[in-house]
Design a protein around this ligand. Structure first.
Ligand SMILES: Cc1cc2nc3c(=O)[nH]c(=O)nc-3n(C[C@H](O)[C@H](O)[C@H](O)COP(=O)(O)O)c2cc1C
Ligand code: SF4
Length: 496
């Protein structure tokens, strides 16, 4: 089950007018903008989206090349390549950039985008670190193998059962008894983290400083990110985006839930310390003439988490430090995620915070469209008030020319991102720019694509993945039932 807003109603897609080619040419949306060392031809942006197309060991595949080339055909101002792992460790079919052996594939990716976009689209890559998340265990296995039995469990059992003999019981007896016990008793014996491991699967946190590799994160991450960023530059990307958003390591350092006592948690100043140290190392490794951006949260949308005031503070610090753009996202946390099925891992887009990250048409009174714009606008205002002109990217339920143009005109953001609308129709920017807005295939915001992401299946869109399956040479998903790319846009003669 996924969280749904109370009192929800289905929202109609926002109406829009379709500008003529001449009107589009004058529109703010299609004016160039400088982003650090590079110039975007227009203010349209495809934010990072994991399509589940890498090899099991993180290499670029032909499907990856075709995926990004297809987005480039729509010639947006910029595309950000999916979250790509900075470490040299196995992490399933997610792209990786933690070693030079990944360079040839990444170079091919850059070349594919340059070719397909006619050189008009700038290409950034989002780089990410994440901690261990284990699948929800079968309870029998959890009690037999995963749970560390300690004196605390024995004492709690003695208390709960009013039977002192538990204090001297051997591990096997404790394990067997717990495995056969009702939930109420288990709740009295296991602590909160153990219960979470049983019910949702074990999940590391940046606050687990009793674990050496977690305590050491501030010592090791700057160099790891710097190495990844250096490779991004060597591969030919126009810039690198540090992933400080959602449920992952760097966002967890920024989180108000981070109470590390080593100078990297607690106050905002301490929570932003490592993100700034990582930035400094990245900057030193790529130089000043390279675009380095950041994606972070305008609001974590979890109890006790960071709110807009934190985001404003972080945004100002990031701009002052020298980041070339600030891309705002919202939510997407583990803390409020739904319980996964046994054998599945918890997915950070199933709770309320996940809803806020990718809101659907079934929404509360505010609706999903442009829902996160006020967060970006508040960060932008504060950054600009400091005298920094760092471009701000806003994303979330933006799918029409009118919406995008209004956001820019009102000065709420400098660049407009659209993830799902671009997946529904990667040509939509080009269609609007060339006076063909009426031909845009419009995203319905029902999150079929997100469900595929959750199931770690190749991401496609329901609006096109069953269309023209008999086309010669059409690439199909692993189950053979869906096409992996939208059909080509068939332009009419008058458009040439
Ligand atoms: C399939 C899918 C994969 C995504 N993967 C990423 C990701 O790798 N990194 C990231 O920062 N956001 C990711 N997102 C979030 C989007 O970048 C975007 O913020 C979100 O979908 C809301 O924008 P939209 O309403 O335009 O879709 C993903 C979204 C989708 C639908
Ligand atoms: S699957 Fe649904 S939500 Fe996802 S891009 Fe397509 S229409 Fe939009």
């Amino acid at each position: 089950m996924t969280w749904r807003p109370p009192n929800r109603t289905r929202h109609e897609l926002p109406a829009t007018h379709h500008p003529s080619r001449e009107e589009a040419a004058r529109a703010l949306l299609f004016q160039p903008i400088r982003v650090g060392a590079c110039l975007l031809e227009e203010r349209t942006w495809v934010p990072a989206m994991v399509p589940w197309r890498a090899t099991e060991d993180g290499f670029v595949t032909r499907e990856n090349l075709e995926w990004y080339a297809r987005f480039a055909e729509g010639q947006p101002g910029a595309i950000v390549v999916e979250a790509t792992g900075v470490r040299d460790i196995p992490s399933g079919p997610l792209l990786r950039i933690g070693h030079d052996r990944f360079l040839p594939g990444l170079r091919d990716l850059v070349a594919a985008v340059r070719r397909a976009g006619g050189g008009r689209t700038r290409l950034f890559i989002q780089i990410i670190d994440f901690l261990a998340v284990k699948r929800r265990p079968d309870p029998a296995k959890f009690f037999a193998r995963f749970l560390d039995i300690t004196e605390r469990h024995r004492r709690a059992l003695a208390l709960a059962t009013e039977d002192e003999s538990w204090t001297g019981a051997d591990d096997a007896r404790v394990r067997q008894f717990l495995a056969a016990s009702p939930g109420g008793l288990i709740e009295r014996v296991l602590d909160e983290r153990e219960l979470e491991s049983l019910r949702k699967g074990y999940r590391e946190r940046v606050t687990d400083t009793h674990l050496a590799h977690i305590a050491e994160l501030p010592g090791v991450l700057p160099a790891i990110f710097a190495g990844a960023a250096r490779r991004a530059r060597e591969a030919g990307f126009d810039g690198v985006e540090l992933h400080y958003a959602h449920a992952y390591t760097m966002a967890s350092f920024l989180s108000a839930l981070n109470d590390r006592a080593d100078g990297y948690g607690g106050s905002r100043e301490n929570r932003v310390r490592l993100p700034l140290e990582v930035y400094a190392a990245v900057r030193a490794s790529v130089g000043d003439d390279y675009t380095v951006g950041v994606r972070f949260l305008g609001d974590e949308v979890i109890e006790g988490g960071s709110r807009l005031e934190d985001a404003i503070y972080f945004g100002r610090e990031f701009a002052r430090a020298g980041f070339d753009y600030l891309s705002l996202s919202k939510g997407g946390k583990f803390e409020d995620a739904e319980q996964p099925k046994v054998g599945h891992a918890v997915y950070p887009y199933t709770g309320e915070s996940g809803y806020e990250c990718m809101p659907t048409a079934l929404s509360d009174a505010r609706g999903p469209f442009g829902r996160s714009v006020p967060l970006a606008a508040a960060v932008k205002r504060a950054v600009n008030d400091d005298g920094d002109a760092t471009p701000v990217v806003t994303t979330g339920g933006i799918c029409t020319f009118d919406q995008a143009e209004e956001i820019l005109r009102r000065g709420e953001a400098d660049i407009v991102g659209a993830a799902r609308q671009s997946l529904a129709d990667p040509d939509w920017f080009l269609k609007v720019r060339t006076g063909r807005g009426a031909q845009v295939r419009r995203c319905t915001y029902t999150n079929y694509c997100e469900a595929l992401d959750q199931a770690h299946k190749q991401v496609t869109c329901k609006l096109w993945d069953r269309a023209r399956l008999d086309e010669p040479g059409v690439a199909l998903s692993a189950d053979g039932r869906r096409r992996l790319l939208p059909p080509k846009w068939e332009r009419q003669n008058d458009e040439r």
